[in-house]
Ligand binder design. Structure first.
Ligand code: COA
Length: 270
């Protein structure tokens, strides 16, 4: 079971690889459950500060939910399908969206359905020039269920999202950049170096500050600006008494590089 998501940790970066290449890394229930377990472990592992997420082999990032499996849940009735399929998938994307350490999707190939929804949910994404994206659920006669009707419309705007949702058309990585779904497109062999480079540029900074920024943006995004500003202030108040902020300020004033105590505590910035 653990092989469904491969993990490798180096230089404070955990790389998670969705690993069902013969099924285009389709998101089976066991894969999702293992993925959630690993996120729990990573959250409390102080040695890990950034996560890179990719797909095994060159063809796919992920072709989405495992259709054979959830088709059986649907056959058992709406309540079963809601519990086993919809709630599980929504739990995964919500967890990725709110994760207190930066997650970078390195989209190595096709990202259809749930693969696209994972990309929508994570805070940062880089795509290979070979990546392709689609919201193909309408081909199956259903709406997306892992947040795909909600996050893309917030990212790209209602009409641009609806065109993709209602047609199921495949779109390019360049279009994904235009829509705000990915940050940049790179040559295929530069995908992991680009993701590690982005991770490295984040790792220079205080992990507590990174967590507070992730929280403020993700929580504030769907609130009024007034509520968002309250969340921003609350995040600052939590960081204010920490050694990280003292070090950041002292280092700037002394014109030296900051050396953060490294006392990562995801909970400290909650
Ligand atoms: N769920 C389960 N299995 C999947 C899958 C999915 N979402 N996507 C691909 N696979 C499996 C195929 O069943 C096939 O397995 P098999 O060789 O044991 O039959 C294998 O992965 C390769 O896929 P295949 O369809 O043969 O590749 P292709 O190049 O002909 O087509 C796609 C590629 C992506 C167009 C096609 O696989 C597809 O439409 N997948 C479903 C995408 C989707 O609708 N996702 C949203 C689900 S809600």
């Amino acid at each position: 079971m653990s092989d469904f998501v491969l993990t490798e940790t180096r230089d404070a970066i955990a790389t998670l690889t969705l690993n069902r290449p013969d099924k285009l890394n389709a998101l089976s229930y066991a894969l999702i459950d293992r993925f959630l377990e690993l996120l729990d472990l990573i959250e409390t592992d102080e040695a890990i500060r950034v996560v890179i997420l990719t797909g095994a082999d060159d063809r796919a990032f992920s072709a989405g939910a495992d259709i054979h499996e959830f088709s059986q849940s649907v056959a058992r009735g709406a309540d079963v399908a809601m519990r086993d399929f919809v709630m599980r998938g929504q739990r995964l994307t919500a967890r990725l969206e709110a994760f207190p350490k930066p997650i970078i999707a390195a989209v190595n190939g096709l990202a259809f359905g749930g693969g696209c929804e994972i990309t929508e949910a994570v805070p940062l994404a880089i795509a290979s020039e070979r990546a392709s994206f689609a919201k193909p659920e309408i081909n199956l006669g259903m709406p997306p269920t892992f947040g795909g009707t909600q996050r893309l419309s917030r990212l790209a705007g209602r009409k641009r999202a609806l065109e993709l949702l209602l047609t199921g058309d495949v779109f390019s990585p360049e279009r994904a950049v235009e829509l705000g779904l990915v940050n940049q497109v790179v040559a295929h062999d530069q995908l992991m170096p680009a993701a590690r480079d982005l991770a490295g540029r984040i790792l220079r900074h205080s992990p507590l500050a990174a967590a507070s920024i992730l929280r403020a943006v993700t929580r504030g995004l769907n609130q009024s600006i007034a509520e968002g500003l309250l969340i921003e202030g609350e995040q600052f108040a939590r960081v204010a008494p920490t050694a990280d902020l003292r070090e950041g300020l002292d280092a700037w004033i002394a014109r030296r590089k900051p050396a953060y105590p490294g006392s990562w505590s995801a909970k400290a910035a909650v």
